[in-house]
Design a protein around this ligand. Sequence first.
Ligand code: ADP
Length: 833
Amino acid sequence: MLATTFTGSLESDPDGGEMKDDMQLHERLMRQQKLLEIIGSIHDNFATPERIHNAYEHLLPDLISLTKSEHGFVSEVIQYRNGTIQWQPLAKSRMPEGEGSFATSLQKVVYSGQPHISTVDNGTATPWSFLGIPIVFQQEVLAVIGLITQTTPYTTATIQLLQPLMQVLGYQHRNAFRVREYQQLKNAHTELKSEWEALMMTLDDIVFEMNDQKVFTKVWCSQENLLFRPREEVIGKTISEVLGEHSIAFNRLADKILRTGEPQEYLYPDIRHSLEHWYELKMTLINSPQPGPKRILLLIRNISARERKHTGYQQAQSELKRSNQLLGICQQMGKMGGWEFNVVTGEMYWTKEVYALREVPPDFPITFHAAASFYHPDDQPAFEAARDLLSSENVPFDLELRHISAKGTKTWVRSVGRPVRNNNGHLTHFRGIIMDITDKKDTELALTNARDSAQKAAQSRSEFLSVMSHEIRTPLNAIIGIAGILEENPVTEHAEVIHSLQFSANHLLGLINDILDFSKMEAGKIELEKIPFDPAALIQGITTNYQPMAKSKGIELVTNIDRKLPANITGDPVRLSQIINNLLSNAIKFTNEGSVTIAVQMESSTEDTCNISFMVKDTGIGIVPEMQDKIFETFVQEDSATTRHHGGTGLGLAITKKLVNLHNSNITLESQKNEGTIFRFDIPFAVPENEANQLRKKEKQAAGFLNDITLLVVEDNAINIRIIGLQLKNSGATIVTASNGRQALSKMQEQSFDGIILDLHMPEMNGYETIPHIQHLQPNAFIIVLTADIMPEVKERLHKLQVKDMLPKPYAAEDLLHILEEAKSRKQKAESD
Ligand code: ADP
């Protein structure tokens, strides 16, 4: 308990007397002396700053003895603001029991910063005298020393005595504290530095420090070889000196960070081009609490691996993209799509091509079972059965089905499905393809059709051959028979037999002409003539020929010719006749009662063209619809039996159609079984400028019109020579004959001729070989070639030999006379020029 308080201030010494004075002086001196010793030791004791409390410990016994105290203690004051004091007790043990009683006194010492003396009641006759001494430096209490005595209570003199000590302690304590703080800071710095170095060493990055002059000042890096240049070539050098081609970018970044303070980043390849490394630079300003020049920290990280990974990823990506594109193209080109069904999730996937094939939008709801609806109703059961077998027993399927898209497009597809298992053999998916095989199917169909038609054609051909042999043998039989009759009995039934002979011969000729024509047409070797003729006269002439035939069958043959038809058109009268002849002879042949009509109409005309329509109509047996296209094919006859009855080869309509096509037109037919048949076609003809002038009528030549002409007939066939003689009998021409080229040459050497009629096929020297000799020996003689070979090559060969006049065998007498007339007038004209 605190009885009296004495807060230190200087007072006069309470002692008195001289002796006493001397003693006191001596004692004081002693105490001063002691004090000086203590002060002297303080400096040493406080020299090791981390042991401040040791210094105090060391000091305490001296202080106790100096102040004649019995107990003492010292404690560093760590903190005494905010109303509470934080002690660092150093020598509590030296305090007597109940030290708590000193607390108030101690507080006072701390808060006042002044020494304090108080008396503490300890329940005995001699209470404690307590002296609290603050150790102060610049008004801050650093420690408190407490001294206690029961014998001589403390006085201000004690305080005075201790005053210098207090000051020295204050200094020493502060100093030691500072040194300690400095030491701690230094330690912390060293620690931080080594931590920093350790940290730097763990980094793969290279770290540079740079000053505001852009000069590298420090560098850290775990391995020296990571540096792109030796350390000494970098430190103290500027960006421009060190970084070569990258210095522009680095300078720009450094300028920017110095100006704005904003961190900068930059990606660049290794400045040593030999290394394929990539680096990432991060620049930040070093945040320094001290004002001063700016410093930049450069963190350089080798990101090659990351880059490589990234590039690899990008490459993989682009490869994937390319593969996908290729797959897309393949699917497009192969018209193939794929699908996948996940048996675990129930998810269904179609590739784009499946959507395209099915003509549904990309958001079309797809399921494993919905696919069936895209197949032809007749094919759905097969698909469903295969699909169900796949899903229940994992049996793969591969089907060709008719597919119908959402928009109704019909295609053929190959639909394949199969189970997919993972490595453990567990079923995970069903996968499949859908492939558009319409083209393949079409080709297959076309092939089947072609095979069928080839088979039919082969069949038709063999039927044709049998028909043909029948047809040829019949007239031949007649000719041979009649020849026999004539031989045996030259006068009997002359007219009738000759008529039959003519008929059979003509029939045979017709057959052979048909076959020849057809093979020429097949070879594309027929060219249409362009000569003027009178269409009405031509039709009329043909019909007249058929009147007897119609009459004999009791049917009417009607001719209906448009009056507006031009009197003269340019075209191929021979081919037109062939068409009309075929149609008319068929019409009469297949009509047993009623009529056959030929109608020729002027459809349209311009100044120099006219379009003429032809119709041949009969009331005959008609043609069933399924045969109507086929009868235009070669060797096809509606019914061989019927035709056998009517005769014919099945070539007529094939030739007719080809001839009409050659005129850039088409022949059509309307018919019903037993209700007759109508054939129609149109042909455009050119109309000559001056019809009258162009009209070239074959008029009958006057008798003796070749009176002044000598002809050499070169022909190996004696009958033909005789026929020519008969044909030219009335012309008045003088005829010399030769049986081959060689003979002809000797005749020509004997006399000159106006013209030479020459057969091409002869023994010894044929016509072709003879021609140059004729041209050499008798250059003014005209040459007329007779040949049974009417293929275009012959014409070409003769053309090359400059022979224009040619008469195909068999020919009519008037044709020979006509050609001779023309040749004669040409010769005369040439001679008069
Ligand atoms: P064919 O020499 O057998 O007459 P075509 O080619 O001229 O040969 O005719 C082929 C087939 O077409 C005939 O055999 C016949 O069956 C049928 N045909 C042609 N014209 C008629 C027609 N006017 N009326 C009925 N059938 C016809």
